[in-house]
Design a protein around this ligand. Structure first.
Ligand code: TMP
Ligand code: ASP
Length: 264
């Protein structure tokens, strides 16, 4: 099946479609596909804090591949086609809905701060929040009223997004619980995928320790990007631990990378 594999174009000759803080999208080898490239850049607080964490992109590529594959297997539609190499995956081109959809099971981060709830408090039920994806505005929280009034998504699409987010939460909570990790919260992005004249909402972007809060069940140790946001150190070791527990990396494989390097 080698003929199905895309031919590699040298990076410099590829058409860059979009560059974000942690990923780059390039034109794909076939129509309606893109290549999603995971960078080593770690940012927080709307990129006010920025470091290169050697090896992070490789780990997130592998972890996100694993999660998207498992979700595809249970019938959750995603943009993921296959991983191409250490840092890149082939994805379907979708129209990204400009929302960050956050699902919370346990109070932490901005919700704990905003509502004065102690971090680690189990929520009475899972809570879904929407943030408008706009770096200049610092991704403000919005309600369904804003989303429909400003035309970012229709009521029907919001229903589909909520159903998708709920399925992802149920599945991932179980997946992580099985490897001794509590899924505290996570962020997803959704896109519109057209097939002929039909459009459906699919899971896009990535799911990785950059976009989730993952706490060890026994020790509450943080195994996610809060290690960077809160200057706790050991980010690569934590992401490697998640990869190992998921069975992606061999038990004895050493963590990749040489630690963070400050970006001026
Ligand atoms: P928050 O508590 O800072 O609002 O974050 C909620 C979840 O969303 C947490 O798992 C981290 C994730 N997240 C992102 O993936 N990207 C972002 O830009 C932010 C602010 C949070
Ligand atoms: N990635 C976001 C940023 O650079 C924020 C975050 O994940 O905390 O600002």
């Amino acid at each position: 099946m080698d003929f199905l594999k895309p031919r590699y174009t040298p990076m410099s000759r590829r058409r860059k479609i979009y560059e974000g803080k942690a990923k780059i999208l390039y034109e794909g080898p076939e129509p309606a596909t893109l290549i999603q490239h995971f960078k080593d850049d770690a940012t927080a607080f709307n990129a006010k804090k920025h470091e290169i964490v050697d090896g992070k992109g490789v780990l997130n590529n592998r972890i996100s591949e694993y999660v998207f594959q498992r979700l595809n297997e249970i019938g959750v539609p995603t943009h993921f086609i296959r991983r191409l190499n250490m840092r890149e995956q082939l994805i379907r081109e979708v129209e990204i809905i400009p929302l960050e959809v956050v699902v919370r099971n346990v109070a932490a981060g901005s919700m704990a701060t905003r509502l004065g709830i102690e971090e680690g408090t189990q929520l009475p039920r899972s809570i879904i929040e929407f943030y408008y994806k706009n770096d200049q505005l610092g991704d403000p929280m919005v309600s369904e009223e804003h989303i429909t009034a400003f035309g970012w998504a229709t009521t029907h699409e919001i229903d589909d997004i909520i159903a998708l987010a709920t399925r992802v939460n149920d599945f991932l909570s179980g997946l992580f619980l099985g490897i001794g990790i509590r899924l505290v919260d996570f962020k997803i992005e959704c896109g519109r995928l057209w097939e002929n004249d039909m459009m459906r909402i699919v899971l896009a972007d990535e799911i990785s320790p950059d976009t989730c809060r993952l706490w060890d069940i026994k020790t509450n140790e943080k195994l996610d990007k809060d290690r960077f946001r809160r200057d706790l150190g050991g980010l690569i070791e934590a992401y490697t631990d998640v990869a190992r527990r998921l069975g992606i990396m061999a038990e004895n494989e050493p963590p990749q990378g040489r630690g963070p390097v400050l970006v001026q």
